[in-house]
Each structure stands twice: as structure tokens, then as C-alpha cells.
Design a protein around this ligand. Structure first.
Ligand code: 5GP
Ligand code: ZN
Length: 220
């Protein structure tokens, strides 16, 4: 079953090259998403056999497990941020300003702060995942990717269909638990993640706009 495609990483992480399985310990495996929907897109896979096959909302209702996942996710975001920094810093005005201040003959006592790349990440799960094993997305906000080809690819990360890890445990009456609500999210009109502009059902126009926003975003 292709829906079990993430299980091999959980069972035998050492079998994969280090550019696919980025790191692992006894609790979790961090892998690169094979079809990244943004500049940096990683998946954190908890290994606990009692949790990994549960629906995310059920697994993450357990506070102790949730705490463990949050701890692993924090480490994963640091790694993802350093990767994003390598890719984006050469274009970033705030990174350039910091480097210029460091390199000048008489550096100021306080350097410009540069850019906190960890703030550029979303960490969370899909309300109704397509893959069976529990996975937490660690994805940069830009949605700039050749692999972004369908409405679901965009809306599953840019509506309430994406549930941030920090929102768990969900209240029993949280509307995001409802399948009908989540199906409606996937068919919503496109909304730019950065400026909020609406694009109706016009995917090609959204893609062109995402290209422009990507350039502006990496320049921040
Ligand atoms: P979800 O189930 O939350 O919608 O997302 C599953 C994610 O797994 C997708 O982002 C997809 O690109 C990714 N994916 C699907 N199959 C594989 C695979 O075999 N290996 C890896 N590394 N990622 C995969
Ligand atoms: Zn925009």
C-alpha cells in the first residue's frame, strides 16, 4: 500500500542516504519530503509503534507523547532553519546588513540581528493525511516549489486543514475535528499566504504570484 510509504524510514532509518533521512534517534526520524511543497519541507516521523498508526488528532491528544513530539520538532526546526538560511541568506537584505556590519573595519557594538529563519516555518499536521504513518510537516512558508501542482497541495497548508502542532491537544468541540469543515477548506478559493490577496480558482495566476512573493520574501 503506497499509503504506508513512510513506514520504511521509521523501521530502518539507517538504510537511507543522509540527504533523505536527515537524522534519527529512538524517538523519531526526520526525513526530507519526497515531493516538497516549499523551499524546505521535512517530515518528522515519531517511531512509537503504539502511536504511529493512529490518526494525528488521536495520537497528539496524549500530553506526554505530545511533549516528546514538540521537543523533537524544535530540534528539527533548528535544522530546517539552517538549511533555509544557506539557501536564502545570500538574497536577504537583513542578512547582508549583518554581514556588512561584521566585516566593516570598525564593527558596531551591537550588530544588526540578521534574520531568524526558524520563524519562517510552519510545524503541524494535515487534518486528514494521505499517508498512514503519523508525520509532522516542517515546511517553510513560501510555497515555492515545482511540486506544487494542485489545489490540495496549496490549500492543505494554507487553510485550517493544516493544524499547527502548538494547537494540540484540540478541544473536543474544535471545529477542525469535523470532516465536513475540512473538506470545505480544501475547496476554498486561493488566498496568498503573504499578502492575503484572493485568486479565486485561478491556479496559474496564484503560481505566478507565488513566484513574485518568493522573491520579495527571500529579500526580507
Ligand atoms: P499528508 O499525508 O500529510 O497529506 O502528506 C504526506 C507527505 O508525504 C506529502 O507531503 C508527500 O509529498 C510526502 N511523501 C509521500 N510519499 C513519500 C515518500 O515515499 N517519501 C517521502 N520522503 N515523502 C513522501
Ligand atoms: Zn501575495
Amino acid at each position: 500500500d503506497p499509503r504506508n510509504g513512510l513506514l520504511a524510514y521509521i523501521l530502518e532509518p539507517a538504510k537511507f542516504p543522509s540527504d533523505i533521512v536527515i537524522l534519527y534517534n529512538d524517538k523519531a526520524v526526520l526525513v526530507r519530503d519526497a515531493f516538497p511543497k516549499a523551499t524546505v519541507h521535512l517530515l518528522l516521523l515519531p517511531r512509537d509503534p503504539l502511536k504511529r498508526d493512529l490518526k494525528p488528532r488521536d495520537a497528539l491528544d496524549d500530553q506526554e507523547f505530545l511533549d516528546m513530539v514538540r521537543k523533537e520538532a524544535t530540534e528539527a526546526v533548528k535544522l530546517a532553519a539552517s538549511e533555509l538560511s544557506r539557501l536564502i541568506a545570500p538574497y536577504s537584505d537583513s542578512c547582508k546588513a549583518r554581514i556588512a556590519a561584521m566585516e566593516c573595519e570598525d564593527p558596531p557594538d551591537e550588530l544588526p540581528p540578521g534574520r531568524d529563519f526558524s520563524k519562517e516555518f510552519k510545524v503541524g499536521i494535515h487534518a486528514h493525511p494521505s499517508m498512514n504513518q503519523l508525520h509532522i510537516h516542517i515546511i517553510s512558508r513560501d510555497m515555492h516549489s515545482d511540486r506544487l501542482k494542485h489545489r490540495k497541495h496549496y490549500n492543505s497548508f494554507n487553510t485550517d486543514f493544516f493544524i499547527p502542532l502548538e494547537d494540540f491537544p484540540l478541544a473536543q468541540d474544535d471545529v477542525r475535528r469535523q470532516t465536513s469543515y475540512q473538506n470545505a477548506n480544501l475547496s476554498k478559493e486561493y488566498k496568498c499566504w503573504r499578502c492575503g490577496k484572493m485568486f479565486g480558482n485561478k491556479f496559474t495566476q496564484l503560481k505566478a504570484h507565488l513566484e513574485e512573493e518568493f522573491k520579495a520574501w527571500r529579500k526580507e
